[in-house]
Design a protein around this ligand. Structure first.
Ligand SMILES: *[C@@H]1O[C@H](CO)[C@@H](O)[C@H](O)[C@H]1NC(C)=O
Ligand SMILES: *[C@@H]1O[C@H](CO)[C@@H](O)[C@H](O)[C@H]1NC(C)=O
Ligand SMILES: *[C@@H]1O[C@H](CO)[C@@H](O)[C@H](O)[C@H]1NC(C)=O
Ligand SMILES: *[C@@H]1O[C@H](CO)[C@@H](O)[C@H](O)[C@H]1NC(C)=O
Length: 284
């Protein structure tokens, strides 16, 4: 602590002692991004109402160490202290805002904003918030499955892996473009350098009489709301136990190009299933 701060603290104590709970500093709020991608700028904001009092100072701290001070009565009003790898864009910063340029992982931490009103009260308030600097994975997540086709009732298992990132990515599964809800069973592998990779396993049981003869499975990896990437989609086809299904499969090849063959395939498969059910023939 320097002399100025000590003197200031003494004033605050004396002022509070005489004035008690009188409050001239209202609704102090801190707005720090929860997450920022490495290499990007981060804008930290502090809003407050002084209710007629003058501003004495704004101080910003990272993990309790002051790196930015704005005192309107001093010239220059802005002081930046060398803390960690923090780079402040002074021209873009003022009594409400501090802009940190090209943040890196070392800047992850707790940021605090302290506002002091001027004499005679020197009322002071402080608020804190966490910011995480994200280093995303270098590639998209990868999905693999233990089979390429299925028949109704089969157990299907798929893995999704997201390469190392900081912090570990969250994995979300999609089956036929429907999000699989409540799926949070992420296995996280920690590495000594702080990075972590994620692996998630999806287990499905194929419906016995599904109107759709395919299962499209993909996964998405995300880190807070600053990074998101999807895997490729794996398409599993239902094998009909009926030998005539060879015909169905030849149609399925064209199904991705136009709409009409898709409907024909669906009708054909439905018809085959009906036929199979009523004739009682099954080669299973
Ligand atoms: C996905 O993982 C499989 C099995 O480990 C591997 O053979 C394949 O190359 C990977 N694909 C991509 C796009 O990384
Ligand atoms: C999924 O991952 C587990 C554990 O790493 C492995 O044993 C299994 O073979 C994988 N399955 C597929 C389909 O990749
Ligand atoms: C990996 O690291 C995270 C965060 O530090 C921790 O919560 C988790 O327990 C660790 N997981 C393992 C398997 O060590
Ligand atoms: C992962 O998801 C949980 C639950 O939605 C969320 O609280 C957490 O912040 C997410 N973590 C990351 C790294 O995105």
């Amino acid at each position: 602590m320097n002399k100025m701060t000590t003197l200031h603290s003494v004033f605050v104590c004396i002022a509070l002692h005489f004035i008690g709970t009188v409050n001239t500093l209202k609704s102090l709020q801190i707005h720090v991004p929860t997450a920022v991608l490495t290499g990007y700028d981060a804008e930290l904001m502090c809003t407050y109402e002084l209710e007629g009092a003058q501003l004495y100072s704004i101080r910003w701290y990272r993990n309790m160490i002051e790196f930015y001070r704005y005192v309107p009565k001093e010239s220059p009003a802005t002081k930046v202290f060398p803390v960690a790898e923090i780079k402040v864009d002074v021209a873009a910063s003022d009594q409400n805002r501090v802009v940190l340029t090209e943040v890196d992982r070392t800047l992850t931490g707790e940021y605090q904003c302290e506002v002091s009103a001027d004499a005679p009260l020197f009322h002071t308030d402080i608020k804190a918030a966490m910011m995480v600097v994200v280093e995303p994975p270098l590639t998209s997540p990868n999905v693999t499955s233990d089979r390429i086709s299925y028949i109704g009732g089969d157990h299907i298992r798929a893995n999704c892996s997201s390469p190392p990132s900081l912090p570990a990515a969250n994995i979300t599964w999609y089956v036929n473009e429907q999000m699989v809800p409540g799926f949070t069973a992420n296995h996280v592998l920690n590495y000594s350098n702080g990075y972590a990779s994620s692996l998630a396993t999806l287990e499905l049981e194929a419906a016995v009489h599904s109107p759709v003869p395919t299962l499209m499975i993909r996964c998405e990896a995300s880190i807070f709301d600053v990074w998101r990437s999807t895997s490729h989609t794996i398409v599993l086809r239902e094998r009909s136990a009926n030998p005539a299904s060879a015909l169905g499969r030849s149609f399925t090849g064209a199904a991705t190009e136009t709409c009409l063959p898709t409907i024909m395939v669906l009708l054909l498969q439905f018809f085959l299933q009906l036929l199979q059910r009523y004739s009682g023939t099954s080669i299973r």
